[in-house]
Structure formats: structure tokens, C-alpha cells
Ligand binder design. Structure first.
Ligand code: 6PG
Length: 280
């Protein structure tokens, strides 16, 4: 695995402020992508942490993100149906996708209900198409959102899993997740995640502090013991953290202290007068 660039670590007062900052960052990146290429290719993360971000995007950024020109993908999925309460697609659909004007044909879910799961992985890889090497073409995704589990996993790339060794496949099936829910999974692989203009991790809560400190201390090389440490991007890897999760981040990492001035208005809000979104 090539040595990544140093990650950027941004620390905010609480989960809501971290989600708000990542929402603004995503709006900026979407605008840049549309201006440059006419479309925005976004990979959504699963789990609970991004739910606040998704609700915020649906509520405050419904008109700020060019959703009609956005393609939505998923970083991983549990091998269950799309209506299951444990489906990442279901969670994203309820909190975001059903509330924004993204065309249904632009939402590409991993088919967790398909058996065997390897068939779903093959179908998604086919949908994604070839993942070009850096020297062969532009990255597949503009922005990849990820979280981390308490064991340092990300997407469904779990510690010491064979999935970590996938070098040519973009999507693989994971026989059984060691983390709840203990289901077989589908996940993008490192080569797929690396085919991105940027990766943004959103991590909140004291329960993630220990493993986050270990992940960042293992950089720049990273280790399969903490799979999130091996995620790379063509561009930057940015960590959006709340203070609780960041409590064991080595001081050597660049941290952007939360604004101590008067709450910032989102630039777009300034044009509109009073904030239409709560300040951080
Ligand atoms: C999943 C996610 C997984 C998640 C982490 C953190 O399917 O569960 O893709 O990688 O991001 O487990 O989950 P929480 O945000 O719920 O802590």
C-alpha cells in the first residue's frame, strides 16, 4: 500500500458541529465537481454516525447540493433486504435519499438481498466499471464518506480480513462481520476507495477515541490491524471529529480548533440574511 499523504484532522466541539462542518464541506465539493465535470459522485457511509449528517443535508442543503446531477453509491452493505432496519441503504434512504431530489436511477445500492453475496459483489463491480489506476484515468468517485468501528474497521473492511488483500476487485463479499450486526457484508475494497478525489471520515464519541488514536499513530504506513489506517485517496483524507473522539489524537496532527468567534453564518446564509441553518 503506497504511503498516503498526511491526513487532515479537524476537531469540533460536538457531533452536531462536526456533522455541520462536513455538510458544508460536502456542499463545497459538490459545487466544485459540478463546475469541473458536470456531475458529483458521492459514496455514502453506513452505521449510525452519519445519520445526523444525512438529516442535515436533507434539511438545510436540499437546494445547495446539485442532487439531480449527483450519483450516489454505498461503501458497504449488510447482506439483508433494503427494507431491513439494519440496511445501510434503508438508513440513508430514510434520513436523506427520500428527502432530496436525487433521481432514483442515480442511487446505486448494494443488493444485500442477493444470494450468494458474491453475486451481488460482482454485479456492483460491473455497475462501477473499471477502476482506473491513477496513471490511467480520473478517479471513480469525487467524495467518499466513511466511519470507523471500535476495532478500527471502515466500510466492511475488518481487521486482518482477506478483503483487505483485494488488489484487483472493487467490491467483495465478507463472509461474516465480527462487528454487530453479525451478518455477511458487501464492501468496496481499498482500490475502489482510493479511486476518489477525497475521503472524509466522520467520527464521534469517546468510545472511538482509543482506536482513533491508534489509527492515526500508525500512519503514514497504516496497519491491517486497524483497516481504516490503510484507506487512501488520490486527493486528501480528512477526519471530521468531535472533541470526545479526538481526545487521544496525537498532538502532532493538524487540528483545526472549532471556531471561537461568534458563530459563523454559512456563506450562502449571509447572502440570505439570517441564518437558515443553526450555527455550529
Ligand atoms: C456499517 C458501516 C461501518 C460503520 C462503522 C461505524 O455498515 O456499519 O459501514 O463501517 O461506519 O461501524 O458505525 P457507527 O457510526 O454506527 O459507530
Amino acid at each position: 500500500m503506497d504511503r498516503g499523504v498526511a491526513p487532515e484532522v479537524r476537531v469540533y466541539a460536538n457531533p452536531s458541529a462536526a456533522s455541520a462542518a462536513l455538510a458544508r464541506h460536502l456542499v463545497r465539493r459538490a459545487g466544485e465537481s459540478i463546475r469541473a465535470r458536470g456531475q458529483f459522485s458521492l459514496v455514502l457511509s453506513g452505521g449510525k454516525t452519519p445519520q445526523a449528517l444525512y438529516r442535515r443535508l436533507a434539511r438545510y442543503d436540499r437546494t445547495r447540493v446539485p442532487w439531480r446531477r449527483t450519483e450516489v453509491f454505498f461503501g458497504d452493505e449488510r447482506c439483508i433486504g433494503p427494507r431491513s432496519a439494519e440496511s445501510n441503504y434503508r438508513a440513508a434512504s430514510d434520513s436523506l435519499l427520500s428527502r432530496i431530489p436525487v433521481p432514483r436511477r442515480h442511487v446505486h445500492r448494494l443488493e444485500g438481498e442477493l444470494r450468494p453475496p458474491t453475486r451481488a459483489a460482482e454485479r456492483y463491480a460491473e455497475l462501477l466499471g473499471a477502476i482506473p489506476a491513477p496513471e490511467d484515468g480520473p478517479p471513480r468517485f469525487d467524495l467518499v464518506l466513511l466511519g470507523i468501528g471500535g476495532d478500527g474497521h471502515t466500510a466492511s473492511l475488518f481487521p486482518n480480513s482477506p478483503a483487505l488483500r483485494a488488489r484487483t476487485r472493487s467490491v467483495v463479499a465478507v463472509a461474516r462481520s465480527p462487528d454487530a450486526p453479525f451478518l455477511p457484508r458487501l464492501t468496496l475494497t481499498y482500490p475502489a476507495l482510493a479511486s476518489s478525489r477525497e475521503v472524509c471520515f466522520l467520527v464521534a464519541g469517546a468510545e472511538k477515541a482509543d482506536v482513533l488514536g491508534k489509527i492515526l499513530r500508525s500512519l503514514p504506513n497504516g496497519t491491517p490491524r486497524y483497516p481504516a489506517s490503510l484507506v487512501r485517496s488520490r486527493g486528501s483524507v480528512v477526519w471530521f471529529l468531535d472533541r470526545a473522539a479526538a481526545s487521544k489524537v496525537p498532538t502532532s496532527f493538524t487540528t483545526t480548533p472549532p471556531s471561537r468567534q461568534a458563530p459563523r453564518l454559512h456563506r450562502a446564509d449571509r447572502r440570505r440574511g439570517p441564518a437558515t441553518r443553526p450555527a455550529e
